[in-house]
Every structure is written in structure tokens, then in C-alpha cells.
Design a protein around this ligand. Structure first.
Ligand SMILES: [Zn+2]
Ligand SMILES: [Zn+2]
Ligand SMILES: [Zn+2]
Ligand SMILES: [Zn+2]
Ligand SMILES: [Zn+2]
Ligand SMILES: [Zn+2]
Ligand SMILES: [Zn+2]
Ligand SMILES: [Zn+2]
Length: 448
């Protein structure tokens, strides 16, 4: 037995003790009108008289029990008039008995015992019926406000039948509260036992719980992957099924602008294909409609019918005129592309002849130009030759004059120098002569 279980047991024992200690609800406490108590109170115990009611010879009332006790005592006299009451001098008062039994009282279920304040208290939600002492027991049998005791050991709760259901669920003395992990643990107990149980086994419970959840998750994952592959195979089947559906070639239909829907065309393709082969068939179908190539025209027709349409199509573009490719200096002809093509076929040799003639003319004119040029070069050469010869003779003349005087000067200068230093004069001579001679053609011309 755990500490908590022992503690629980001691508490329950204490509660039971308190319950048995509680005083019973008296008729006096239940009296509906306090004034009724005055006529029916016992002079000995000062409480409401208890049956059987007895009286002294003068008619003073008291509880049978209280008066009998005095009658047996050492001083057996009536406490009110002091008349002796021993040895059978007391008599029953049937009137008082009757008064007592018809005393108006609240139903016992008008009260509820407060364990906190340790007394009976009026209960506003209890029975409001006023009964007599005599009818009270009968009423109690059928009273709708009988308080029900909580069935849980140790619990003092008393409440109306319909309130008890609520209490039982949340009663702290409930001994069969299931462990919150009830899918993996069978433990039940009171609140305290449960709290201890949870403290003792939380790790174990969480561990087991996690394992179970892991298993659940794994099995769900398996199921998921199974259903995944099942879905895939169903999708495949569905796709195959769809693809094998036999359909007419699209080109069996023609859109009718009048009825705004596709209609079967008796002249269209009569081929039956499947959804899967439809696209491939379409690529080679002989009944594909062809759009008119003319800008602005939205006529679509079978290939065979298009030739007819093209010849008379309203959107046929007006053909642009172009000029003959031989150029305007050979041929001035212009026309449509077709006309030009025809023109070239018709007159190609003529065009070539004209062209050749033009080239010949050009060559001749170039040859003439060349001749002229050569002629002027020859003349110019002749003139130049004469000019050069003149210039040369002029130069030679001038040169001769210059050298004659200068050679004489030099000879004198040289003689001067030789006088000063033979060796030095030779070097000076060699250097002065070539420098001087470069100014004119070589003096060789003097000999010629
Ligand atoms: Zn009494
Ligand atoms: Zn008396
Ligand atoms: Zn009642
Ligand atoms: Zn309870
Ligand atoms: Zn548990
Ligand atoms: Zn077709
Ligand atoms: Zn057209
Ligand atoms: Zn031409």
C-alpha cells in the first residue's frame, strides 16, 4: 500500500465519522409557523412535545418521556403546578396528540445539511410542500425532492436526483476515474490515486504511447503508399481506357456559323480513330482544312477546294509592279512578278545582246582613253629629257667657273699651310675637297 493510498483511506474514515456525528433533523426545526410551538412545548425539555403527550391532573402538557422520568424521581411533582404526578397520576392527552400530529411542518426535503456549518439549512431548491407531522412520512415516499447520496465512498454530497448525475462525473471520491492513457492502461482510481499513478507511470505511458503511435504512423504510411500505387494503377487503367475510346476523326466535323455548333460533314474524313491515335492520324489526315493564304480571308477548306477558292478569293492582293532585273538603262519594262518572269523568258537573248554591245562600247572607250594617256606621257617625257639636259649643262657650266677660281684659291691656301706644317696640311686637304665637291655634279664633266 502506497503512502497516498494510506492517506486516502484515513481521509475516508474521517469523513464517515463526521457523517455519523451529524444530528438528525427535528420536527421542531421543520415547523412552518413558529407560533405553533408556544402551545406545544414541553415545560421540562423546553422543546416541542414528543408523543405520547401526557398531562398532570391540572392539564399541564409535557413529553411522555420527560414527565415519566420526573414521576419516577425523588420529587415527583408537576413542574408547573407542583401537583404530585407519581403512581399513575399522569394521563394521556389525546387532544394534544392530535394537535401534534396535525402540526404543519416543512417536508424534510426542504432542508439540506451543511457539513461546513454543521447544521440543517433551508434549501431554496428543495421541496416547498407544507405537510403535517402525520402525513409527513407518506409524503416523503412520493416526494420528488428526495436528496440522493453520492454513491462514492467518502463523499458527503447529497443532492437532488437530477443534479447527482452531474456530480458523480466530477466527484473527487470517484474511484473509477480512468487513466487518461486509457487506450494503453487499464488503471482506474480516485483523483488522488490517479494523480499518483500518473506521477509513477508517466514516462512508461509516454514511451508506450509513442511506440503505439509510431506503429500506427508506420501502418498509415504503408496504407498511404499502397493506396498511392493503387491510385496510380487506376489512373493508368483509366488513361488506357480513355485512349482506347473510338472516336471520329476531327475532320469529319465542320463548324457551322449559322447553328453555332460542330456538324458532321459528309465530305469530311470518315476514319474512326482512338483517343490515343487521334493526334497521329491528324498529322497525315487528307481532310485537314487549309486556311486561305490571303491576308484578311478566314475561309478554311479542304485542300482540293482551296485552288478554286484562291482563284476567286476577294482578298487576293493586288500584285506590285517590279522592273526588269537588267536595269533601266538596258530595258524599261515593268510588270508583276509573273509578267516579269514571262518577259525574261521571252527576251533573254535580246537582253544579253544589248548588254554585250554596251560592254564592247565601254572597252573601246577605255582603250581610246589609254592610248591618249600614253601619248601625253611620251610627250611629257620628251620635254622633261630636254629640260634635264639643259639643266645639267647649266650646272656643269656654273661648276666649271666655280672650281676654276676656287682651285686656284685653294692652291694658294694650301701652299700657305704646307709652309706651317706638312703633316697637318695633308689632313686638312683631304677633308675640304670632298665636302666642297658635293655641291655640284662631279667635276668629271669638265673632261667631256
Ligand atoms: Zn419534554
Ligand atoms: Zn401541572
Ligand atoms: Zn417533500
Ligand atoms: Zn460524491
Ligand atoms: Zn495509467
Ligand atoms: Zn481524318
Ligand atoms: Zn481566300
Ligand atoms: Zn527586260
Amino acid at each position: 500500500m502506497t503512502y497516498f493510498q494510506r492517506h486516502q483511506q484515513r481521509q475516508e474514515q474521517r469523513q464517515q465519522l463526521k457523517m455519523s456525528e451529524r444530528e438528525a433533523l427535528t420536527i421542531e426545526e421543520r415547523v412552518a409557523s413558529r407560533s405553533d410551538l408556544d402551545t406545544l412545548s414541553c415545560a421540562i425539555c423546553l422543546s416541542l412535545v414528543a408523543a405520547p403527550i401526557k398531562q398532570c391532573a391540572s392539564g399541564h402538557l409535557g413529553c411522555g418521556g420527560c414527565l415519566d422520568q420526573i414521576a419516577r424521581s425523588a420529587n415527583p411533582i408537576c413542574p408547573q403546578c407542583r401537583i404530585p404526578i407519581s403512581n399513575g397520576r399522569l394521563s394521556r392527552s389525546l387532544v394534544a396528540d392530535h394537535m401534534l400530529s396535525s402540526l404543519k411542518v416543512h417536508c424534510v426535503n426542504h432542508f439540506k445539511y451543511s457539513h461546513q456549518r454543521k447544521k440543517w439549512e433551508k434549501n431554496a431548491r428543495g421541496c416547498q410542500e407544507i405537510v403535517t407531522v402525520a402525513t409527513s412520512d407518506n409524503h416523503k415516499l412520493t416526494c420528488q425532492y428526495v436528496l440522493v447520496k453520492c454513491q462514492h465512498k467518502g463523499c458527503n454530497e447529497e443532492s437532488l436526483n437530477d443534479e447527482m448525475a452531474n456530480h458523480i462525473v466530477q466527484c473527487e471520491y470517484r474511484s473509477n476515474i480512468p487513466c487518461p492513457f486509457d487506450d494503453i492502461c487499464k488503471f482506474t482510481g480516485t483523483t488522488t490515486q490517479l494523480a499518483q499513478h500518473i506521477l509513477n507511470s508517466i514516462y512508461e505511458h509516454v514511451k508506450v504511447n509513442k511506440e503505439i503511435e509510431d506503429i500506427k504512423i508506420r501502418s498509415l504510411e504503408q496504407e498511404l503508399s499502397k493506396s498511392g500505387s493503387r491510385i496510380k494503377s487506376l489512373e493508368k487503367e483509366l488513361k488506357e481506357c480513355k485512349e482506347s475510346i473510338k472516336i471520329h476523326c476531327e475532320n469529319q466535323f465542320k463548324y457551322s456559323k449559322d447553328s453555332k455548333k460542330w456538324e458532321k460533314d459528309a465530305r469530311g474524313c470518315q476514319e474512326i480513330v482512338t483517343v490515343a491515335t487521334s493526334d497521329n492520324h491528324k498529322l497525315i489526315c487528307k481532310y485537314n482544312l487549309v486556311k486561305c493564304q490571303h491576308k484578311g480571308c478566314d475561309v478554311e477548306l479542304l485542300k482540293d477546294d482551296m485552288a478554286n477558292h484562291l482563284a476567286q478569293c476577294k482578298y487576293q492582293p493586288k500584285e506590285e509592279k517590279i522592273s526588269c532585273p537588267f536595269g533601266t538603262d538596258i530595258c524599261k519594262y515593268t510588270g508583276t512578278k509573273t509578267e516579269i518572269d514571262q518577259h525574261i523568258l521571252n527576251s533573254i537573248s535580246h537582253h544579253i545582246n544589248v548588254n554585250n554591245q554596251r560592254i564592247d562600247d565601254q572597252i573601246k572607250s577605255l582603250q581610246q582613253e589609254f592610248k591618249d594617256c600614253m601619248k601625253s606621257i611620251k610627250e611629257s617625257n620628251k620635254n622633261t629629257k630636254e629640260e634635264i639636259q639643259n639643266s645639267i649643262s647649266m650646272h656643269i657650266e656654273a661648276n666649271n667657273q666655280i672650281t676654276d677660281t676656287n682651285v686656284e684659291d685653294l692652291r694658294l691656301e694650301l701652299m700657305e699651310l704646307i709652309k706651317e706644317s706638312n703633316k697637318h696640311a695633308v689632313i686638312q686637304f683631304e677633308w675640304v675637297i670632298p665636302n666642297y665637291l658635293l655641291k655640284c655634279p662631279p667635276p668629271k664633266a669638265r673632261q667631256g
